[in-house]
Design a protein around this ligand. Structure first.
Ligand SMILES: O=P(O)(O)OC[C@H]1O[C@H](O)[C@H](O)[C@@H](O)[C@@H]1O
Length: 288
């Protein structure tokens, strides 16, 4: 069967690959193409729903980082979407081209009402096709009277030898360097002058108004990341700082780079009844 579904896990299968998704956070925890794993998940990650998964593709909504919007003050870092149980909604596509499923999460689900008062509906469509994985996040404002202000991001852990990775093209963009030691320095925009971004050192950079199209390459492979709606992109690798992360395996930071398409500078403002879509398409580069 191209889609295997239990209460906790959904597996998509296609002739050249597979994808595994947890109901918890609708977190994609595995993407295999030609029998090779393409995402990183820490061997110390909690996969039992007790903590957001350290790896794969956690969904960040409605705030990125520590909350700053008054409506988000009760929320944890990166919001609640990555640690709520999503509903398996349907199989969207199942044919020679690919296999695709939809998960949903709305404001009545789980513990959300205790933390967040705005009505919304999220739909997340995950599609496996050939050498490509697409993840589309649809955010609907179900209020009839109020606008909805939110941030959203796909926190993608790309499996790659971090010390040999090179990311393009971010030159000329304005970015915020979260590795700076003071709040003042973190809030001060810098201009990217490098043709190629390396993550050999601790990197936590938020690029704004980015080109929606990135190449992440290393000597033996690479991926192309194309996005829609996600106007910003975060590049994160903690290097040795990773030792401070409880669920990060020792040396795990050498095995991935996070390239995180998002809308995280400012807020999307959605009028009642409107829907916003953010899309990420990751393609394995042909040389791989
Ligand atoms: O530890 P988490 O809450 O999963 O966050 C992991 C990382 O997410 C993003 O990349 C942020 O830019 C980082 O500052 C943060 O450390």
């Amino acid at each position: 069967m191209p889609v295997e579904h239990t209460a906790t896990t959904t597996i998509l299968k296609h002739p050249k690959g597979s994808v595994e998704i947890l109901a918890y956070g609708a977190t994609v925890v595995s993407w295999k193409f030609k029998d090779q794993e393409r995402l990183f998940v820490s061997s110390k990650a909690f996969l039992d729903g007790s903590k957001p998964v350290r790896g794969g593709i956690p969904v960040v909504f409605p705030c990125f980082g520590a909350p700053v919007h008054p409506e988000h003050f009760k929320l944890a870092q990166h919001g609640f979407a990555r640690n709520e149980i999503w509903k398996f909604d349907s199989i969207v596509m199942d044919n020679g081209v690919g296999v695709s499923v939809r998960f949903t999460l709305d404001s009545d689900s789980g513990h959300i009402k205790e933390l967040y008062s705005k009505p919304f509906k999220l739909a997340y469509v995950i599609t496996l096709a050939g050498h490509q994985l697409s993840t589309d996040l649809h955010v609907g404002n179900t209020s009839t009277s109020d606008s909805l202000e939110f941030q959203a991001l796909l926190h993608t852990y790309i499996r790659a030898p971090a010390d040999d990775v090179c990311i393009t093209s971010l030159k000329g963009l304005s970015y915020y360097d979260k590795t700076e030691s003071t709040q003042e320095a973190r809030a001060m925009p810098k201009t990217e002058t490098r043709d190629e971004i390396l993550v050999k050192n601790f990197t936590d950079s938020v690029y704004e108004n980015a080109p929606l199209d990135y190449k992440v390459v290393w000597p033996s492979g690479g991926v192309h990341v194309k996005t829609k709606g996600f106007k910003d992109v975060v590049i994160w690798n903690p290097q040795e700082e990773g030792r401070k992360i409880g669920d990060m395996e020792v040396g795990g930071w050498k095995k991935y780079v996070c390239v995180e398409p998002g809308y995280v500078r400012g807020f999307v403002s959605l009028e009642p009844g409107e829907t916003w879509i953010g899309q990420q398409v990751i393609t394995v580069l042909e040389s791989d």
